[in-house]
Ligand binder design. Structure first.
Ligand code: TMP
Ligand code: ZN
Length: 411
């Protein structure tokens, strides 16, 4: 495999999970599970540019045309999207009638915040099922992958963009060169490309190995992003580290002929990455050991509780949760069901483990003794929301960075 940043072909293994099904490959219980697809899953590091990449790239046509992941309407994410909109509008003095294009716009939730401020918006997303939902709320959406060609036709049809957003989609893209050159062409000279990706430093520091699944092709550091954009006539000029999705960076990129001078944040994070020796053998090795520890300790804990007669269910049928269950070998033997607020997932079964997904109402009526907190990135919000469960003696098992039990007493 060629490195999607530098073209290198010499890779170092970081972790390997064997064959794993797709994290958003929810199945209908009426279907046969016999031909459920499994693909190799692991992370490797490019020896020339240190891009961290998934080992096997699944065809995006399979992954994204009919997509069950709906942008979260949790308080955490709603607040965050509002923050992104306000930050961009204020910091980059976006004109009221300027064009904002969002790559991977999902149901349009982020663009609504710009439209409500009077800006022109356009979503681009290959998921046909979601583009319809977005259109219904008045967010025009091209049901396609973003590429250099898409960028050109958007520029012809709508003019240049003042802002291009790519929140939690950039790491899903294989042909990054095409997307970056396309974005550069579509941007007006003073335009800004804002991307938000899970942060490689958090992957290691928080042991967030569940962010590894087939959709996430790259695990970016600021260093890799700086060198990627420099290859395509663009410049990373500002970076913010955020707790969203278990640890992310919001990276602002401008054209190298544009007005945006680098802020100290870029050098600060590059320094932090150097100090952490992010891409050293020692960091990779410790990560693999920490992952193995969860793979040992989590099933042991869950099985001990089950053997004591405790009833256990999953909380949040997140894509990352499916990595945890499949990689740790947990399934219907241990989990009665998995609660999730997404109607598209309810009534289906989880990929690989085939644990049934149920609504929060069902979960309330069948409350277990323990919830395995698969959506641990929303811990604070969920603990607040589930105070009655906790006060009634219910407990959560938070799997990452290492398994811990959360009870009303421990809070
Ligand atoms: P995400 O981390 O990719 O946003 O996925 C989180 C999943 O967890 C998503 O399917 C929605 C679900 N969820 C709940 O079921 N209850 C909750 O309170 C929250 C915050 C998320
Ligand atoms: Zn490389």
């Amino acid at each position: 495999m060629e490195c999607r940043v530098c073209g290198g072909t010499d890779w170092q293994e970081v972790v390997s999970f064997g064959l794993v099904p797709l994290a958003n490959g929810f199945l209908d219980p009426a279907d046969s599970y016999d031909d459920e697809p499994y693909y190799p899953l692991g992370v490797i590091s490019c020896r020339s540019c240190r891009l961290l990449s998934v080992t096997h790239v699944v065809d995006p046509e399979i992954l994204y045309r009919d997509y069950p992941y709906v942008t979260s309407d949790s308080d955490t994410i709603t607040r965050h999207m509002r923050y992104v909109a306000e930050t961009c509008r204020e910091r980059f003095a976006l004109p009221p009638d300027g064009l904002v294009v969002e790559i991977g716009s999902n149901t349009g939730a982020q663009l609504v915040a710009f439209r409500d401020a009077g800006m022109r918006t356009l979503g681009v997303d290959p998921a046909r099922n979601l583009a319809r939902v977005a259109a219904d709320r008045g967010i025009e959406t091209l049901p396609d992958f973003f590429s250099a060609e898409t960028a050109r036709s958007v520029a012809e049809g709508y003019g240049r963009a003042r802002l291009i957003l790519a929140r939690h989609v950039f790491a899903h893209i294989d042909h990054v060169a095409g997307v970056v050159t396309g974005a550069r062409e579509l941007l007006s000279p003073e335009g800004v490309f804002a991307i938000e990706v899970p942060y490689a430093l958090d992957l290691f520091e928080q042991n967030a190995f569940d962010t590894i699944y087939h959709e996430h092709l790259s695990y970016f550091s600021v260093g890799t992003l700086v060198s990627l954009f420099a290859r395509h006539g663009m410049r990373v000029f500002d970076v913010e580290r955020l707790p969203v999705h278990g640890g992310s960076i919001l990276v602002f990129v401008g054209r190298d002929d544009g007005p945006w001078a680098p802020r100290p944040s870029v050098e600060e994070l590059l320094r932090l990455e150097r100090r952490a020796e992010l891409h050293s053998d020692a960091v990779y090795r410790d990560f693999a050991l920490n992952v193995d520890r969860v793979r040992d300790e989590l099933p042991a804990l869950v099985r001990r509780l089950a053997a004591e007669g405790k009833r256990i269910a999953g909380y949040g049928a997140s894509a990352k949760g499916n990595t945890i269950l499949n990689v740790c070998g947990l399934g219907p033997e241990e989990l009665e069901f998995c609660s999730d607020t997404t109607t598209l997932k309810q009534g289906k079964v989880l990929p690989g483990t085939h644990v049934p997904v149920r609504s929060p109402e069902y979960a309330k009526a069948h409350a277990p003794d323990y919830y395995l907190l698969l959506a641990w990135n929303y811990s604070d919000e969920i603990i607040r929301k589930e105070s009655a469960f906790l006060n009634g003696g219910g407990r959560f098992i938070r799997p990452i960075p290492k398994p811990v039990i959360i009870s009303a007493d421990s809070l």
